[in-house]
Design a protein around this ligand. Structure first.
Ligand SMILES: [Mg+2]
Ligand SMILES: [Zn+2]
Length: 209
């Protein structure tokens, strides 16, 4: 009898938690353009660590039209992401991949002033990440503080969680009831959102290697 190699040859499909950056992981300061204004939100490191320990890839997807608007450049943005990663590592956490949209449809100069498929709520960044990291979207989650984060998740076929940090409270207060009902969970912060995912959603997910 030939041996069954099914387990060995099954592709390694992973699930991910997609995270907004400003107002979700770090303090929302409206176009962060100085490293000294960078603050991790309380519990963000531990939250990301918990998700990683539970087998999720951590993917940041962030609209950064500050680049299109000329407030900062890509080099500075990369510096910010490096610094966030450094601070997360101190808390035994890390982001697996970063995706940003530098565009804006009407502000700033070309080549950044344009309609693109990466600016949330478009799902270009999600699709790219799914391809790059072999992520199963339907077993993944989106967490953010704005309606466009939630919509990005829904547009991609994920469950979306709203956090009350950043613009979260305002987002919830002006949201249409039909959209409110689509939110999978409203969390105080990233830690509460992460605990909810880990505690309530394991059984809903297909098996992952
Ligand atoms: Mg945000
Ligand atoms: Zn874009």
């Amino acid at each position: 009898m030939p041996k069954d190699h099914t387990v060995l040859t099954r592709p390694k499909i992973k699930r991910a938690v997609f995270l907004d950056r400003d107002g979700t992981i770090i303090k929302e300061v409206s176009y962060l353009r100085r490293l000294k204004d960078l603050r991790l939100l309380p519990g963000a490191g531990r939250a990301i660590g918990l998700l990683k320990d539970s087998g999720f890839k951590i993917v940041v997807v962030t609209n950064q039209s500050g680049i299109a608007r000329g407030y900062f450049d890509e080099e500075f943005l990369n510096k910010v992401h490096k610094e966030i990663q450094k601070r997360l590592k101190k808390k035994s956490a890390a982001v697996d991949a970063w995706y940003f949209c530098p565009h804006h449809p009407s502000q700033g100069k070309r080549p950044f002033r344009r309609h693109c498929v990466c600016r949330k709520p478009e799902i270009g960044m999600i699709e790219k990440a799914a391809k790059d990291l072999n992520i199963d979207i339907t077993g993944s989650f989106m967490i953010g503080d704005s309606l466009r984060d939630l919509e990005t998740g829904w547009n991609a076929g994920m469950r979306s969680i709203l956090v009350m940090t950043g613009y979260g409270k305002e987002t919830l207060s002006i949201m249409e009831p039909a959209k409110r009902r689509r939110i999978s969970f409203v969390a105080k912060d990233l830690m509460e959102a992460s605990k909810w995912i880990v505690e309530n959603c394991h059984h809903l997910l297909p098996p992952y290697l």
